[in-house]
Design a protein around this ligand. Structure first.
Ligand SMILES: Nc1ncnc2c1ncn2[C@@H]1O[C@H](COP(=O)(O)OP(=O)(O)OP(=O)(O)O)[C@@H](O)[C@H]1O
Length: 244
């Protein structure tokens, strides 16, 4: 029954997913279903397979085995066009802030007036109203990451993947990004985000995926996983212990 329900409602699912290299499974996820309304935060030590999982879910990597299923259908171009991804280090065009957004909007065949209005809306959303004409390459780290998120949001994604978007940012820049993420989530964008920041997981997550050694060791409501971890690996990671 669970299988049927999760395949037919709006949900993203990794089924029997494996990524292998040199005969070794780097990622081995038996069954992971993301169907809750709030942000999903993925935690785990370095090399746990968090980024690989994100890339598979976004269709950037084809798994060696298994599949990603969106709404009951194997991930396809239609689904991918409704996903966006933000990386740890934003990759921006050598153009102005506004032109970076315009580039994405043009590809959606928006009219010139429509694009102009949408750019103002996006810049306001990211607190970059006064940076419109500045070169994107001259933005601070926090501003650049906000622009990267705005560019992703300009695609009107149903799902937004974020891979450690605040790892290089100070607390105030982090807070601005977290607010953007929460606003996007409250507008119905599915958020799937990797972080090493346990405090951030507490602030943002509705559900938490704990990974280790390429496996999902635990997935559940944030409060449960973070406060009463059900696996030894989660307990040690959350306690700040070394997990090998
Ligand atoms: N293209 C690749 N070729 C070979 N091995 C890879 C490749 N990409 C990732 N790996 C390996 O897969 C494992 C998982 O990598 P991944 O980047 O997913 O970890 P992570 O949990 O995101 O780590 P971190 O927190 O350090 O970013 C690592 O051992 C990594 O070296």
């Amino acid at each position: 029954m669970r299988d049927l329900v999760s395949d037919m409602t709006n949900c993203l699912r990794a089924r029997d997913l494996q990524v292998r290299s040199n005969g070794k499974a780097l990622l081995d996820v038996h069954d992971l279903t993301l169907d809750g309304p709030g942000p999903t935060l993925i935690l785990g030590p370095n090399g746990a397979g968090k980024s690989l999982l994100l890339r598979c879910l976004h269709g950037l990597i084809s798994p060696d085995r298994g599949q990603v299923v969106q709404d009951g259908t194997p991930l396809n171009a239609y689904h991918k066009a409704r996903q966006a991804m933000v990386f740890q280090r934003p990759v921006l065009l050598r153009r102005s802030v506004a032109a970076n957004l315009d580039f994405v909007l043009k590809r959606q065949n928006m009219s010139r007036t429509g694009r102009k209005d949408r750019i103002v809306e996006l810049l306001t959303e990211g607190g970059l109203e006064d940076k419109s004409r500045q070169s994107a390459r001259s933005l601070s780290g926090g501003e650049a990451q906000r622009l990267a998120i705005l560019r992703a949001l300009a695609l009107n994604p149903e799902t937004l993947f974020l891979d450690e978007p605040t790892s290089a940012l100070d607390p105030s820049a982090t807070q601005m990004i977290e607010r953007m993420v929460l606003r996007a989530s409250s507008r119905g964008v599915r958020i799937v985000m990797v972080t090493h920041d346990i405090g951030q997981a507490r602030r943002l997550a509705a559900d938490v995926v704990m990974m280790q050694g390429g496996h999902v060791v635990e997935h559940g409501p944030a409060k449960q996983v973070l406060d009463v971890p059900g696996s030894e690996a989660s307990r040690r990671y959350l306690a700040g212990g070394l997990v090998t």
